[in-house]
Design a binder for this molecule. Structure first.
Ligand code: 2RA
Length: 353
């Protein structure tokens, strides 16, 4: 029999992307069970053309489940993944709760699918959205040229902060629309937007906010440390030098990253383009003369990481600068999680045949 899948957090914005993906990709699943908090249980959602009633998150809801995809806040994953494990479920978790545990792999299938085999706790983490988009381009270059250092600046969209982030941005844009003087004097955007900043520490409309996540030691944000720690773990380079600045921009969906990567070997822009053209899950969009750049408005709703503006550093023949954009709801969240779950389904189906 085909394996049974549970989607935990099915009513959330990443949950709905997961259901869309499960409805459009090759169907490897037997039963699909939708699970959410008590508040959302009883809702009816469509998956694979069939209406399903969302069940409440309880231990019993995992009975008979083989693989569960979790997209819930960190503390919910922390509490419920072990409960699911105890019922024999392999958990694919999209939160940050387990990513840095040594006995939990972070998997990006195009990059390091081999580590999926090592999952002693029955938990597999999916990478953070910004890391996932960036690593898709950086990993193939690393395998070719030997990565030594990354300097990153992110341009993260409002949907990374959930539906409330998207709603906040739209509300603020409505408030600032039409007044052509707004933004030309200190304080007037703040005044127009008012106190409702939603999940952001400052107005996002007509602005960029150099902050995402929580404050960690020495002034770094949690999002910046995720980029550093997850890159090191996924690439298997524990001492990789990484310096990241994470910035929220007034884009609805699509996280972008300006990457400066230093390698052991000399590189050329053409050589890098060649490597990236052959890399799975990557699309090279790099023709500034014709106005072709990787941008969130084009990448939204698509699966690959879009890469362009590929240049060799003027001052270091071993370094490249380039720009990556990806749909943070898909490869950055729902898609990567679904891809990992599908690898597990293939493994289980093979073992049972
Ligand atoms: C964000 N990376 O964009 C986060 C979501 N995990 O806010």
């Amino acid at each position: 029999a085909k394996p049974t899948l549970a989607v935990v957090g099915a009513t959330g914005s990443v949950g709905s992307v997961m259901l869309e993906l499960l409805s459009s990709r090759r169907d490897v699943w037997g039963e699909i069970r939708l699970i959410a908090s008590a508040r959302s249980s009883g809702k009816v959602l469509t998956c694979r053309g069939v209406e399903l009633t969302v069940q409440e998150l309880t231990a019993e809801a995992f009975d008979g489940v083989d693989v569960a995809m979790f997209d819930v806040p960190d503390p919910v994953s922390e509490q419920w993944a072990p409960i699911a494990n105890a019922r024999g479920v392999i958990v694919v978790d999209n939160s940050a709760a387990f990513r840095m545990e040594p006995d939990v792999p972070i998997v990006v299938p195009e990059v390091n699918r081999e580590v999926l085999r090592y999952r002693p706790r029955g938990i597999v983490s999916s990478a953070n959205c910004t890391t996932a988009a960036m690593i898709m381009a950086v990993a193939p270059l690393h395998y070719e040229f030997g990565l030594r250092e990354l300097v990153l600046a992110s341009y993260q969209s409002a949907s990374g902060a959930g539906q409330v982030g998207v709603d906040t941005l739209h509300d603020q844009l409505t408030k600032v629309a039409g007044d052509r003087l707004l933004g030309s004097r200190p304080g007037n955007v703040r005044q127009a937007v008012g106190d409702d900043l939603g999940p952001f520490p400052a107005p996002l409309a007509l602005n960029v906010v150099p902050w995402s996540g929580q404050l960690e030691a020495l002034g770094w944000s949690s999002e910046e440390l995720k980029l550093r720690n997850e890159s090191r773990k996924i690439l298997g380079i524990p001492a990789l030098k990484v310096s990241a600045t994470c910035v929220r921009v007034p884009v609805v969906t699509g996280h972008s990253i300006a990457v400066h990567a230093v390698f052991a070997a000399e590189v050329t822009a053409d050589g890098a383009r060649q490597v990236l053209r052959n890399a799975p899950g990557v699309i090279v969009v790099d023709d500034p003369e014709s106005g072709e750049f990787p941008m969130p408005i084009d990448a939204v709703g698509t699966d690959p990481s879009w890469v362009g503006r590929i240049r060799r550093a003027m001052d270091d023949p071993r370094a490249l600068s380039f720009f990556v954009t990806g749909d943070n709801m898909r490869k950055g969240a729902g898609l990567n999680t679904v891809q990992i779950a599908e690898l597990l389904a293939a493994e289980l189906t093979k073992a049972r045949s």
